[in-house]
Ligand binder design. Sequence first.
Ligand code: RB5
Length: 143
Amino acid sequence: MTKLVLAADHGGFELKEIIKNFLVELGGYAVTDLGTNSTESVDYPEYGRKAAAAVASGQAERGIIFCGTGIGISIAANKIAGIRAANCTSEYLAEMSRRHNDANILALGGRLVEPELAKKIVKIWLDTPFDGGRHERRVKQIG
Ligand code: RB5
């Protein structure tokens, strides 16, 4: 079972719930949900940091985080050492974030990405391996 962590603010809560159910349907994932658990307003930096800390510490292999646009929560997650969070709005971005950047967190905008597209983005992001090679050197340079 691949260990995944999910986290969202209120702007991403509904999409987080949809993706959580989708991951259950896909099977093979042990999902930890760090909240938030409603549409009541919360601050996205806390949720981005919590998910990033879980991935950076190895508690989870990868994370999927959500806010209204995916921007704020990905910026927050990227402040944690070892995190490469990519805010993706297309399947192409999701694929390339894995192949070239070895992204360990996917960010999605709950007010931006329709659920059916979000599911496609999540699937390709989870299924695509890192290309390594010349990209390995560049990813190390980020660190
Ligand atoms: C909250 O209203 C909104 O600012 C947040 O979800 C996110 O979009 C920030 O980047």
